[in-house]
Design a protein around this ligand. Structure first.
Ligand code: PLP
Length: 437
C-alpha cells in the first residue's frame, strides 16, 4: 500500500493519461505486455540506458524496446545514418542496393546463412519460416517449446502460458493449431517421442527461452535437439529474434555451437527501428522462394509484404550490424558483466532464504521467485513461492527508477551501454526489496 501510494504520487500524469488511453486503446496500451498494475507509465523520451516518463521521472531501462536496443536507445550514429539515407526515400517499393548489401553482411556474420529475406517483424519471420519448412519437407507438423514465444501467428500461438494447451487467444480456431505439437524445454525424451510419432516439418526453438523466463539450455540440450531433428528429417528453426546479435554476433548458433537449418531474426536486426525481421537459411531451402526459378506460384513458397526491405529499417540494421561486426569485443564485455551480475543476484537470493533464482545467459536475465531453479516454463510457474512477490518487485523497482517487463515473468535485456554501476543498482535494489519481505 505504501509503495502504491509512492508510485501514484510520482506518476500522477501517467495515471491521468492511462484513463484517457483506455478510451481509445484497449487496455490503455498498444500491446498487452506493456501494461503493469495499477497503470503503466507513459514514456516521452528514451536515450542511452534511460527512459523518461510524462511526469519527468527517469528510469534505468532494462527492457530496451523489447530487447531491440543492444546499443541503448537512439544511438546518434544510427539516427544520423537513417536521416541521411531517407533523404532519398523512406520506402522505395522496388529492389534496392541496400537490401543486397545487408543480405551479404548477414550471410557473413550469421553462421550457416547463405540467403536472406527481410520481413517486417519476428512474428512474420517465424510465420514464413514455418511455411518454408513445410514446403521443403512436404510435412505438416511443427514442434514448439512450452513457454516459447514466437509472436502471435496462429500456428505458433499455443503452449505459451499456463495451462499450456489449446489456443492462446479468443478467435483462434483449434484447427489452426492442429498440426502444432508442444513439448517442454530441456526435455529431449519428450521431443524424440513427438518426432517419432508425427511427420514433423520443423522444430522451432529459442536457444535460450526468452519471454518464458530467460531460462538457459542444459548442457548438451541444443546439441541433442540438433541430432534428433537431423535423425528424423525435420528442419531446425532457431528463433534468434532475441538471441541474434545479443549472445554473440552470430547469435545462439555461435554461442552454443549449434547449427540451425533456418534462423529467424528480429529486434536487433532492425537496428532499433521498427519493422525488423529476417529469415536466413541455406540456398537449397531459400530457393523455394525464388520466383525466377519457380515461376509457377504453386511450386514455390510465398514470402513478401509492402514494407519488406524498406530503407529506414535496413539502414538502421545495416549500420548497427556493421558496427558490431567490427567491434566483436563488445560481446565478451556484455556477457561477462551480466554473467557476473547474475552470480551476484543469486548470492543475494541466497542470503534472503533463497526466495529467488536468477536464470539466463549473458545479457538475458530471468528473475524467479521459485523454490528451486526452474529448467522450463512449467517449473517457473509451478515452483512459485508467492505470485505477489513479482508485483512487489516490479513496483519496488519502478519506485527506485528501474524499469523492465513483464511483471509476472520477469525478464531483463540490458544493452552494451549498461555499466557495472547500472548492474550494481539492480543488484542492490533486489537486495533491498528482499529485505522488506
Ligand atoms: N520470437 C521471439 C523469441 C520473441 O521474443 C518475439 C517477440 O518478443 C518474437 C519472436 C516476435 O517478434 P515481433 O514482436 O517482432 O513480431
Amino acid at each position: 500500500k505504501r509503495l502504491e501510494a509512492e508510485y501514484s504520487a510520482k506518476t500522477s500524469k501517467s495515471a491521468e493519461f492511462f484513463r484517457r488511453a483506455s478510451r481509445v486503446l484497449p487496455g490503455g496500451t498498444t500491446y498487452q505486455v506493456r501494461f503493469f498494475k495499477p497503470y503503466p507509465i507513459y514514456v516521452t523520451k528514451a536515450k542511452g540506458v534511460l527512459v523518461w516518463d510524462l511526469d519527468g521521472n527517469s528510469y534505468v531501462d532494462f527492457w530496451m524496446g523489447h530487447g531491440a536496443h543492444i546499443m541503448g536507445h537512439s544511438p546518434d550514429f544510427i539516427i544520423k545514418a537513417v536521416n541521411e539515407a531517407t533523404l532519398n526515400g523512406t520506402h522505395l517499393g522496388y529492389p534496392n542496393t541496400l537490401e543486397v548489401e545487408y543480405a551479404e553482411l548477414l550471410t557473413k556474420v550469421v553462421p550457416n546463412a547463405e540467403m536472406v529475406r527481410f520481413s517486417n517483424s519476428g512474428t512474420e519471420a517465424n510465420m514464413y519460416a514455418v511455411r518454408l519448412a513445410r514446403a521443403y519437407t512436404g510435412r505438416r507438423y511443427i514442434i514448439k517449446i512450452e513457454g516459447g514465444w514466437h509472436g502471435g501467428y496462429d500456428a505458433l500461438h499455443v503452449g505459451v502460458n499456463p495451462p499450456f494447451e489449446g489456443p492462446e487467444s479468443l478467435g483462434l480456431p483449434e484447427e489452426h493449431i492442429k498440426y502444432t505439437l508442444v513439448v517442454p524445454y530441456n526435455d529431449l525424451n519428450a521431443l524424440e517421442k513427438a518426432l517419432k510419432t508425427h511427420d514433423v516439418a520443423a522444430v522451432i526453438i529459442e536457444p535460450v527461452l526468452g519471454s518464458g523466463g530467460c531460462i538457459e539450455p542444459q548442457p548438451n540440450y541444443l546439441r541433442g535437439v540438433r541430432e534428433l531433428t537431423s535423425e528424423y528429417g525435420s528442419l531446425l528453426i532457431l528463433d534468434e529474434v532475441i538471441t541474434g546479435f545479443r549472445l554473440a554476433l552470430g547469435g545462439g548458433q555461435e554461442y552454443f555451437n549449434v547449427k540451425a537449418d533456418i534462423v529467424t531474426l528480429g529486434k536487433i536486426v532492425g537496428g532499433g527501428y521498427p519493422g525488423a525481421g529476417a529469415i536466413v537459411s541455406n540456398a537449397e531451402v531459400m530457393e523455394l522462394l525464388n520466383q525466377v526459378k519457380r515461376p509457377d506460384a504453386k511450386s514455390r513458397s510465398f514470402h513478401g509484404g509492402t514494407f519488406t526491405g524498406n530503407i529506414v529499417t535496413l539502414t538502421a540494421g545495416y549500420t548497427l550490424v556493421n558496427y558490431l561486426s567490427s567491434n566483436r569485443g563488445v560481446y565478451e564485455q556484455l556477457n561477462s558483466l551480466w554473467d557476473w551480475a547474475r552470480r551476484r543476484m543469486n548470492e543475494v537470493c541466497e542470503t534472503h532464504d533463497r526466495l529467488c533464482w536468477v536464470t539466463g545467459v549473458g545479457s538475458m536475465i530471468g528473475i524467479h521467485f521459485t523454490r528451486s531453479k526452474p529448467v522450463n516454463v512449467r517449473e517457473a510457474y509451478q515452483l512459485r513461492i508467492n505470485e505477489q512477490l513479482y508485483d512487489l518487485m516490479h513496483l519496488y523497482m519502478r519506485i527506485n527508477n528501474i524499469l523492465y517487463m513483464t511483471e509476472h515473468m520477469s525478464h531483463l535485456l540490458p544493452s552494451i551501454l549498461h555499466t557495472r554501476e547500472h548492474a550494481q543498482k539492480l543488484i542492490d535494489s533486489l537486495d533491498n526489496m528482499l529485505s522488506m519481505i
